[in-house]
Design a protein around this ligand. Structure first.
Ligand code: AMP
Ligand code: GLY
Length: 423
């Protein structure tokens, strides 16, 4: 008998997790809470608030789940894994105490300092005058970040000192990000390509995954506002598994040791967002969960069993966990609603998903979609679909992803045309 799994969350990352679990020999059943129209094809969906620890744990008990996999950060910070642990249910993801490494940027910096991990120079404060004064110590562009979770929008990159001062006001005085802006950090700007490196952790050890590259800005050529991510690819030429392995000793193990020493051992996915600077990789941020949309390329690239790997992280040791990769490359292109990451309309009919999925090597992961009473697929979020393709190399995967993206239509559909171009 294989594992019965429950994936918590309803975005593209959770569709990819559920899809990969469904294709794992160790897994018998995949259910999602709440999931989305894409996960409905894989198993039952349950209308439960992912941020309600008691409701999630009740559901897991009722369904007899062997393993609960928590996708997004908010349920982790809300203590979903803590509640599951109290009831003796295996859960993939950190406790609320360990998830603080994502939930508070100042805490993440404190951990990095204590663990000797290379990061951008910074000042953390909740005082507007102190923050304004701190700006003078940095060079443009200025980086101002709300301390708490702000759905990827709490990072303000400012070209002038005036603009940076306004950013400080926006966070600390006008409270544009609510409680997330109780404090902020002012940070040195790092130059170089960004990499996302994922480590599956068991509290002490880490199994490193293949790196991916994400595209955070909304428009081609890295222009426009920051988004949750507009596309991704793996593997990353010039930054291979050997390079990732170097980060075990310089980043992952020291951070795990530091968290464990503070009574908050980290089990689950530790995501290091790096800039590969002229002086070597430096950490921009940690996340306590799989990246979105990087997961949508990393999991189709994974050849070994995802269920066993996540179970090892949740209940045992990842030291001897099997992690192997397919040949070739994977590219995902995000189809977004017109206006994203600003205001956008919802409820627009989507056509052509079936056609795209008929192409061999293509998976379309649902992110912000819903089905109406007539069964029509409609937009329901900023990032709507992740059109994902495997190929012999990046160029082949990229061409296939864009061909499949062209099969899909909805009014206002927005995409970046340069995902994985020229790499
Ligand atoms: P974060 O949420 O901290 O990852 O920030 C979101 C995005 O803002 C990052 O992926 C970078 O593209 C950019 N960013 C944040 N901090 C810095 C920094 N110190 N230097 C350069 N870019 C940054
Ligand atoms: N793709 C960036 C993130 O998941 O935070």
């Amino acid at each position: 008998m294989g594992y019965s799994t429950l994936v918590v969350g309803g975005g593209g990352r959770e569709h990819a997790l559920a899809w990969r679990l469904a294709h794992s020999p160790s897994v018998e059943r995949v259910e999602t809470a709440p999931g989305n129209p894409g996960t409905a094809a894989l198993g039952p969906r349950h209308e439960v608030d992912p941020q309600d620890p008691v409701a999630v744990a009740d559901l897991a008990e009722e369904r007899g789940s062997d393993l609960v996999v928590v996708g997004p950060e908010a349920p982790l910070v809300a203590g979903v894994v803590d509640e599951l642990a109290r009831r003796g249910i295996a859960a993939f993801g950190p406790t609320a105490a360990a998830a603080r490494i994502e939930g508070s940027k100042a805490f993440a910096k404190e951990i990095m300092d204590a663990a000797g991990v290379a990061t951008a120079g910074y000042v953390a404060t909740g005082d507007p005058d102190e923050a304004r004064a701190a700006l003078e110590r940095f060079d443009p562009p200025y980086v101002v970040k709300a301390d708490g979770l702000a759905a990827g929008k709490g990072v303000l990159i400012c070209s002038s000192l005036d603009e940076a001062r306004r950013a400080v006001d926006e966070v600390l005085v006008q409270r544009a990000f609510g409680e997330a802006g109780d404090g902020l950090i002012v940070e040195e700007y790092l130059r170089g390509p960004e990499r996302s490196v994922f480590g599956v952790c068991d509290g002490q050890d880490v199994a490193l995954l293949a790196p991916a590259q994400d595209y955070k800005r909304a428009y081609d050529g890295d222009e426009g506002p920051n988004t949750g991510g507009m596309g991704a690819f793996t593997p990353v030429p010039g930054f291979g598994l050997d390079d990732v392995d170097q980060l075990r000793g310089s980043i992952f193990l020291p951070v795990l040791r530091e968290l464990a020493g503070r009574g908050a051992p980290f089990r689950g996915l530790l995501y290091a967002g790096l800039v590969d600077t002229a002086d070597g990789p430096r950490v921009l941020e940690f996340n306590a969960r799989f990246g979105d949309p990087e997961t949508q390329v990393i999991l189709p690239h994974l050849a070994s069993d995802l269920g066993d790997l996540l179970m090892a992280s949740a209940t045992g040791s990842v030291r001897d966990a099997e992690v192997s990769w397919h040949d070739g490359a994977v590219v995902t292109v995000v189809l977004a609603s017109g206006g994203y990451p600003g205001e956008y309309e919802k409820g627009i009919a989507i056509t052509g998903v079936d056609r795209a999925e008929e192409r061999s090597g293509v998976e379309v992961f649902h992110a912000g979609t819903r089905r109406d009473d007539e069964g029509t697929l409609r937009t329901a979020g900023g990032r709507v679909l992740n059109v994902t393709a495997r190929g012999a190399g990046i160029d082949e995967a990229r061409a296939l992803a864009y061909a499949a993206a062209d099969d899909i239509g909805f009014e206002g559909r927005m995409l970046r045309a340069d995902i994985a171009a020229g790499v």
